[in-house]
Design a protein around this ligand. Structure first.
Ligand code: 8YV
Length: 304
């Protein structure tokens, strides 16, 4: 295994790799001088970075399952491999989706705030009434690994689960009309950007709750704020935003939303496994083997 490996973040866990450099300065310069880059979703690996690495860089190993921060087409053009970290974060992300769903349905955050500000002065029969899950329909957009893990958990709550891939917008609207809870689990691509906009939100039940732990731009945030403000849907649980880390003030003012700072896969165990997966991909690439989580298989060729 030869060549410099650059990581864009000073990871806490040991990396088990030789010659690791922590990024200082522009990513483009690192790409020019490295055989491998280990990146995060906050690193924009665009065509200019990849062009700069054309003669040195063999792999960009993203420590995430989503690769929307990387111009994969440009990487393929430059013959640079891209890898991700699927599977290891499925359960953590599905669990967090449920934490959000339950928090919105049962007003957990409002209850906690009320107790802390001394508002629990006597028991009240009508206090913080939420909605029941049993018998309700959970519509899952994106029947991939995470979507199906969310669906499996729904069985324990006695919910009816339906799945939708990102097919035609017309059939998506019919699906939305029938769902009490909608949870998004598709990747962000040009086809899924603003998949949920004003026209889709209007089709949802007024009692519907929308959960997004996938990527912010899949939902038109402005339309969502409007729908929540006007009571067109009942609530939302969000872990992701259109322009992270910016969260619109209008969204923060709303009482019927629960907001998290993109922590879907943030468990000690999963973070370790994500890093280990990225390292495995880098090692394979630099040894001339095929990385197990190669996103653009067209680029793979054994080292001469
Ligand atoms: C990560 C994620 O927290 O894997 C993804 O696509 O969004 C999250 O699991 C994040 O990407 C870390 O870089």
């Amino acid at each position: 295994m030869s060549g410099r490996i650059t990581v864009t973040y000073p990871f806490r866990d040991p990396l088990d790799l030789p010659r690791v450099t922590i990024l200082k300065g522009p990513l483009r310069e690192a790409a020019r001088r490295s055989a491998a880059l280990i990146t995060l979703l906050t690193d924009r690996v665009d065509a200019s970075v990849l062009e700069a690495g054309r003669s040195t860089l063999r792999i960009v190993a993203n420590v995430a399952v989503g690769v929307d921060n990387i111009d994969v087409a440009a990487a393929t053009r430059c013959g640079i491999m891209v890898s991700n970290t699927p599977d290891v974060l499925t359960d953590a992300t599905a669990d967090l989706t449920w934490a959000l769903l339950l928090a919105v349905a049962r007003k957990i955050v409002a209850g906690d705030a009320l107790v802390r500000r001394g508002g629990f002065t006597r028991w009240n029969f009508d206090l913080l009434r939420g909605v029941e899950l049993r018998g309700k329909t959970l519509g899952i957009i994106g029947p991939g690994r995470i979507g199906r893990a969310v669906g499996r958990r729904a069985r324990g709550f006695g919910m009816i689960v339906t799945y939708r891939s990102r097919s035609s917008r017309d059939s998506l609207r019919a699906f939305l009309e029938a769902s009490d809870f909608i949870s998004i689990h598709c990747p962000l691509t040009p086809a899924t950007r603003h998949l949920i906009g004003a026209a889709e939100l209007i089709r949802m039940k007024p009692a519907a709750i929308l959960i997004n732990t996938a990527r912010g731009p899949i939902v038109d945030e402005r339309a969502l704020i409007e729908a929540l403000r006007r009571g067109r849907i009942a609530g939302a649980g969000l872990d992701v935003y259109e322009r992270e880390p910016r969260v619109p003030a209008a969204l923060k003012r709303l009482k019927n939303v629960v907001l998290l700072p993109h922590i879907g896969s943030a468990t000690v165990e999963t973070r370790r496994c994500m890093l280990k997966t990225a390292v495995t991909n880098v090692k394979a690439a630099l040894r001339g083997n095929r990385p197990p989580n190669l996103v653009n298989p067209e680029t793979w060729r054994p080292l001469q």
